[in-house]
Design a protein around this ligand. Structure first.
Ligand code: NAP
Length: 288
């Protein structure tokens, strides 16, 4: 790897993120700041890829020798069958957020799991072990959250999702992931469940886009005993975070997780320890 900070040459390696939409992504800021700080001859770009173009995009990445990709909404699950291999965690979660080009083989990983767990530890001393959780969502992010909670030995996970069949399906899978007791919550049960959980996680996309003023659960079930972790990271504060803080709860949004999953992806691509503080400054400089 040559070290020509900031200069693009015929040797420059290409990294990027694919998603749709992707214009809001903070990943190029974080990764380019890190690459420059470490003098690595690579650039990181964002590619808006519509779902019907995903297969062509992956074939193109393989043909062009792209070094690595992040994968975001809505491609994290659809990409599984297009890759040459998956690591164990991505296979278990059933979602990929990072692709590494290993000598022409595109291998899928999931760094959302470690990103979530590392971020959780910054607010919950001792992490997930032995704790009780209410998780809203049943998409790719929720699968990563629940896989992480099961791996770390959470004692109980209640899963609540708009489409209950999806939370039931995730719960069934999660029961094979370890001794964590996983149960499905319906809307009328939420108030009572809240009285016996330690941490409430929003792993839905509620709080961004058209739902920016909405919350995934009724906010009056949150109280000062809870830690509230909203995977949504902007605009800041999300409605859920604002309400949780008003109730006296400890609340964190998804920026720390974003940073930690990015650091882990960076390490897979470069083999170097990520300059986390450089990456943090890059995203903290953005308003929300
Ligand atoms: P996804 O697979 O598309 O799943 C979306 C989830 O949100 C589903 O559970 C869906 O419920 C629910 N949902 C969407 N709109 C809703 C609404 N109006 N009311 C109630 N529920 C609704 O997306 P994902 O990959 O899991 O991502 C979810 C969120 O996590 C996104 O905001 C993403 O940006 C965030 N995330 C953050 C990080 C980070 O590093 N901070 C990492 C990963 C993901 P249904 O099943 O009923 O459709």
């Amino acid at each position: 790897m040559r070290t020509i900070p900031g200069k693009i040459t015929a040797h420059t390696g290409l990294l990027g993120v694919i998603g749709y939409p992707v214009e809001h992504s903070l990943s190029p800021l974080m990764h380019n700041a890190a690459l420059q700080a470490q003098g690595l001859d690579m650039v990181y770009l964002a590619f808006s890829v519509q779902p019907f173009h995903l297969g062509a995009a992956i074939a193109g990445a393989r043909a062009l020798g792209v070094r690595g990709l992040n994968v975001t909404v809505p491609h994290k699950e659809a990409i599984l069958g297009l890759l040459d291999g998956l690591d164990d965690l991505a296979a278990r979660v059933g979602a990929v957020n990072t692709v590494v080009n290993e000598d022409g083989r595109l291998v899928g990983h999931n760094t959302d799991v470690v990103g979530f767990l590392e971020a959780l530890e910054t607010s919950v001393r001792g992490g997930a072990s032995g704790r009780r959780f209410l998780v809203a969502g049943a998409g790719g992010a929720a699968r990563a959250v629940v896989a992480g909670l099961c791996r770390e030995g959470a004692s109980q996970v209640w899963l609540y999702n708009r489409t209950e069949e999806r939370s039931q399906a995730l719960c069934r899978v999660a029961r094979g992931w370890g001794p964590t007791e996983c149960r499905v919550a319906s809307a009328p049960m939420l108030r009572e469940i809240a009285t016996c959980v330690d941490v409430i996680v929003n792993a839905t996309s509620v709080g961004m886009g058209e739902t920016v003023k909405s919350t995934p659960i009724p906010v009056d079930i949150v109280d000062s005993r809870h830690v509230v972790f909203d995977l949504v990271y902007g605009p800041r504060p999300t409605a859920l975070i604002a309400h949780a803080r008003a109730q006296g709860a400890v609340a964190m949004d998804g920026k720390e997780m974003l940073l930690r999953q990015a650091a882990s992806s960076y390490e897979l691509w470069t083999g170097r320890e990520a300059p986390v503080e450089v990456m943090r400054i890059a995203i903290e400089s953005v308003g929300s």
